[in-house]
Write a protein that binds this ligand. Structure first.
Ligand code: FAD
Length: 320
């Protein structure tokens, strides 16, 4: 099978991100997964072992002293070099803000074709077909790159990771790439850092809608999110009303999420909102209207006033 490069992200603690695990599973459906990492530190033995367990056949480690502080150029450089050195048939990245930017730059640099936001991959007559969930998840569509290297971003949470047996001859090779000239962004990244999980990749998301009524009341959404260790999301109506910043918008024109738990507070469940959250594994909705469409996709529903139910819920969670 041909080599499929997988761009692996490590957390500040050096752990493999959950989305990277899914990427390896996606790559193994269409070829031989080759993990590519850019890191300023020596690769830990347990990380190498876990990558093997997940199905990576090779690991390419690109060392960059400033990997954590530079813009995304080192990833692009490393992947470009790895494409040549490993004669890759495709490159797979997470559909995160960083992943999308790296993918676009890489597609231009390699004169390849970009496929964005795939939810599955398969091989057909030797060609990689990417599946997309479109029109609010009502239809599945497939796309392919007919000429050049496919560079594919995968929607987070759409593919189960698959831990298999450890690859017996796992080895770590160095990728050589030119010195980066991108700017240091340490200060601006530090300023925007939030203690909450990142919305796209969070395992739990608590979202609030117009039913919260005001920016002050939206604090209730944040309190429940903090009690659950969740990211904060919102409907477009809540964003448009100024309750929360646009980056929190979940849905067709916002962020797509697929967490294990999605809690919708005072959100009616319009098709455009559902398009961004209905693949969550468990959906909990709290809404005063028993006929709200959100209950059609909810696994657990509470018909009630968020200002009564949510404080009691927070107290119950905190007292556990
Ligand atoms: P509403 O529909 O007004 O619902 C508020 C809900 O709160 C109601 O169900 C009500 O019963 C409940 N409620 C009120 N008070 C309480 C209370 N005290 N306790 C409990 N429940 C209460 N929307 C998105 O979310 N994301 C998108 O990406 C998006 N993209 C769009 C793109 C296009 C092209 C268009 C046309 C629309 C888009 N929308 C999007 C807007 C979408 O159609 C809805 O208008 C929006 O999702 C409604 O937000 P909401 O559920 O918060 O508000």
């Amino acid at each position: 099978m041909s080599n499929v490069l997988v761009s692996i992200a490590l957390s500040p603690e050096g752990e493999i991100s959950p989305s990277s695990r899914e990427l390896i599973a996606a790559a193994s459906r269409v070829g031989t997964p080759v993990a590519v990492l850019v890191t300023s530190r020596p690769l830990r033995g347990d990380v190498v072992a876990e990558l093997g367990l997940l199905g990576a056949e090779y690991i390419l480690a690109a060392h960059c002293d400033d990997a954590e502080t530079l813009l995304l150029t080192p990833q692009v450089e490393a992947l470009c070099s790895a494409v040549q050195q490993f004669q890759a048939s495709a490159v797979i990245l997470a559909c995160s803000a960083d992943g999308r930017e790296v993918a676009a730059r890489l597609a231009v640099r390699t004169r390849g074709g970009l496929i964005a936001d795939a939810v599955d991959l398969r091989l057909s007559d030797g060609r990689i077909l990417a599946t997309h969930s479109v029109f609010g998840g009502s239809y599945l569509a497939e796309s392919t790159v007919e000429d050049g290297l496919p560079v594919i971003t995968i929607r987070q949470g759409s593919i189960e990771d698959s831990a298999g047996p450890v690859t017996p001859e796992m080895s770590v090779a160095e990728v050589c790439f030119g010195r980066s000239t991108s700017a240091v962004v340490e200060s601006s990244r530090a300023m925007s850092a939030s203690p909450r999980p990142e919305l796209r990749t969070a395992e739990r998301v608590v979202s609030g809608g117009r039913g919260l009524g005001s920016k002050e009341n939206f604090a209730l959404v944040e309190q429940l999110a903090d009690a659950l260790g969740a990211a904060v999301g919102a409907s477009r109506a809540a964003v448009d009303a100024g309750f929360v910043t646009r980056g929190a918008q979940v849905g067709q024109t916002g962020v797509s999420v697929a967490p294990n738990l999605y809690v919708a507070l005072g959100i009616s469940g319009a098709i455009q909102h559902r398009a961004g959250m209905q693949t969550a594994k468990t959906i909990v909705a709290i809404n005063s209207d028993p006929n709200a469409p959100i209950f059609d996709v909810a696994d657990f529903g509470v018909v009630g006033d968020v200002f009564t139910v949510v404080p009691e819920l927070i107290e119950a969670i905190r007292s556990r």
